[in-house]
Design a protein around this ligand. Structure first.
Ligand SMILES: [Zn+2]
Length: 286
């Protein structure tokens, strides 16, 4: 199980919740509060998240893919929090992590534009052939041609037509999560394989130029990075790097080994492949 992943979330999310004390956690939310409390207030070197893992109905002995776990965890939290009595808690996950984009298809013949609105909790970026995060985001938003077998059925023309499709980013969440698609399906072998492409990323990211109809600055500051060590898509080890928002120190969470990193800059070794969650808490959005 991705315990560094949980630690990464906890370290970051603990500022969002109020923490009561003196009780045995039972529900998922209670386990979460308990973990946050321990992370924030205890002197322990590390916190064992087994209680929460069990409350989530997962097996602590089973390895889980970080991407799948993230989706499961967020949707579970969203569902659990939506049942809370306090209206301020009901939409915490949406407010913090959910953005909106639209798949816009334009018929080449009649010019009809059909938008398909969609919500997202992370942007899943293809990394193949790219060197940095900006290139990956640019490709994500690039226009795609729907031709040949992929022609689009246009409601106005009542027939299949050549068309273009692209994603228009409409709103971004306070915390923007990126998933770098390092594990891809290999048609030749029929299995998932890992891409070891090196992708660089900035410490401060301006998403303004990518937002539809906005010229303003919309900056995010890097706060957490999850990396995967190992050659296979089916095994390996996850390590989380998290920035303390108050001191700006970076911490490395490698199972029970937690270390404060030298200097104020995140330094990753070249063998460390970022797979997930370059989470940027919102710095400024005008
Ligand atoms: Zn048409």
């Amino acid at each position: 199980m991705g315990s560094p992943f949980i630690e990464m979330y906890f370290s970051y999310l603990c500022t969002l919740f109020c923490i009561p004390t003196d009780y045995e956690p039972r529900t998922i939310c209670e386990h979460l509060q308990y973990l946050f409390a321990l992370l924030q207030n205890s002197n322990r070197r590390y916190i064992d998240p087994s209680g929460l893992v069990k409350a989530l109905g997962l097996d602590t002995g089973q390895q889980q893919d970080a991407q799948e776990f993230s989706k499961l965890f967020l949707s579970l939290l969203e569902d659990t929090l939506s049942k809370q009595k306090d209206p301020n808690l009901q939409n915490v996950i949406q407010q913090q992590f959910c953005g909106q984009f639209s798949y816009v298809t334009v018929c080449n013949k009649c010019g009809r534009e059909s938008p398909l609105p969609s919500r997202f909790y992370e942007l899943e970026l293809n990394i193949q052939g790219h060197k940095n995060l900006t290139e990956c985001v640019t490709e994500f938003l690039k226009e795609e041609k729907l031709e040949g077998d992929n022609r689009y059925y246009c409601e106005s023309c009542q027939s299949k037509q050549n068309a273009t499709r692209r994603i228009k980013l409409q709103s971004l969440p306070r915390t923007l999560n990126f998933q770098l698609m390092r594990f891809v399906f290999d048609r030749q072998s029929g299995h998932k394989k890992k891409l070891n492409t090196f992708i660089s990323f900035p410490e401060v990211l301006d998403m303004g130029p990518f937002l539809e109809g906005k010229e303003e600055e919309c900056t995010y500051e890097l706060s957490a990075v999850l990396i995967h060590r190992g050659v296979s898509a089916y095994s390996g080890h996850y390590i989380a790097h998290v920035r303390d928002a108050h001191t700006n120190d970076w911490y490395k969470f490698n199972d029970e080994e937690i270390e404060k990193m030298e200097g104020k800059k995140l330094q990753l070794g070249i063998e460390e492949d970022i797979v997930y969650l370059i989470a940027y808490p919102y710095l400024h959005c005008s």
